[in-house]
Ligand binder design. Structure first.
Ligand SMILES: Nc1nc(=O)c2c([nH]1)NC[C@@H]1CN(c3ccc(C(=O)N[C@@H](CCC(=O)O)C(=O)O)cc3)C=[N+]21
Length: 287
């Protein structure tokens, strides 16, 4: 079997085209949604992600509010940037790019974000709302995964989903999202401490690999025809001495699976599209 590619780049482009129309409708009513970012330091990866988010905003018509702080910014500096964005009426929602440089109290910063300005859906109050089933901005990567599956008509309701990874940005909230009544999947949440990982993945209709362990999902662990989504982001040095991004899914899985998400070009672009969606939805709901 050669798998159908779950093309996140193409799907994200379609979502952005739809958002452009919705932003134009908002602007016609005098509302311009704004996305804020707080970036601390000069980690090239973080800088690249934040630049990408502002490029996306420009494409869709969302205003960009950027707070770039130097690597030696103090806890008070970061907290001031957060307080400014909380108070800025032009800021529909914002994110604090993670990880923050060492020495800064990340948890404290995240808790200072106004939950109603949290574009990431990662504030403790919004994660709590997800647990309770109360409307809230949804975490972008889990939402992007569900949206990608939907657009390729991969059945979710009643499906056995094996999530590999218990991280706060992907695995854990994805389990919560997929088990809501509206998604109605059965989820097994595995992680690097799972005794017999293959026994769990082999039963799954959908495998989401978000452990951050290169190649942890091999062809023998995948049921024929299953959907396999690769969310792993590991930077490893190639034979050319350059750093490359490698995912959690072995390339040969595409010979067994029914659907695979490429990496890059799969869940990453969907994450960005869902961040924009959260901002546009918030602006629409405030009308
Ligand atoms: N507050 C916060 N919110 C985040 O959502 C957040 C964060 N911090 N910190 C870092 C992670 C990582 N992340 C990615 C988003 C898009 C791609 C993406 O679009 N990747 C492309 C290109 C990858 C490449 O070539 O480097 C792709 O997968 O095709 C990747 C990674 C969001 N994160």
């Amino acid at each position: 079997m050669t798998a159908t590619i779950l093309n996140g780049t193409e799907t994200a482009a379609a979502i952005k085209a739809d958002l452009r129309t919705r932003v134009a409708a908002l602007q016609a009513r005098g509302v311009t949604p704004g996305l804020g970012t707080v970036l601390v330091g000069d980690d090239p990866g973080s800088r690249w992600y934040v630049n990408g988010k502002h490029k996306d905003c420009a494409e869709v018509g969302i205003a960009s509010l950027r707070r770039d702080l130097p690597a030696d910014a103090t806890q008070a500096d970061v907290e001031r940037a957060v307080a400014e964005l909380n108070a800025d009426p032009a800021c529909t929602g914002y994110i604090v790019q993670l990880p923050l440089p060492k020495g800064l109290n990340e948890q404290r910063v995240l808790e200072l974000i106004d939950p109603d300005s949290d574009a990431d859906g990662l504030h403790p109050v919004n994660l709590g709302r997800l647990v309770l089933g109360v409307p809230a901005p949804l975490p972008c990567t889990p939402r992007g995964i569900v949206e990608l599956l939907r657009r390729y008509h991969v059945p979710i309701a009643g499906a056995e989903v094996c999530v590999v990874g218990r991280g706060v940005t992907v695995g854990r909230p994805l389990g919560l999202l997929l088990t809501r009544r509206t998604e109605n999947a059965t989820v097994t949440l595995c992680h690097t401490g799972t005794k017999d990982l293959a026994a769990h993945t082999r039963r799954a209709d959908i495998i989401v690999a978000a452990a951050g362990v290169p190649g942890i999902i091999t062809p023998g662990m995948v049921r024929a025809g299953a959907a396999v989504l690769d969310v792993g982001v590991s930077r490893v040095e190639g034979s050319d001495g350059k750093k490359h991004i490698v995912g959690d899914v072995h390339a040969d899985v595409a010979d067994v699976a029914g659907f695979v998400s490429p990496n890059p070009g799969g869940v990453g672009p969907m994450t960005r599209a869902m961040l924009l969606t959260n901002v546009v939805e918030k602006a629409e709901s405030a009308l």
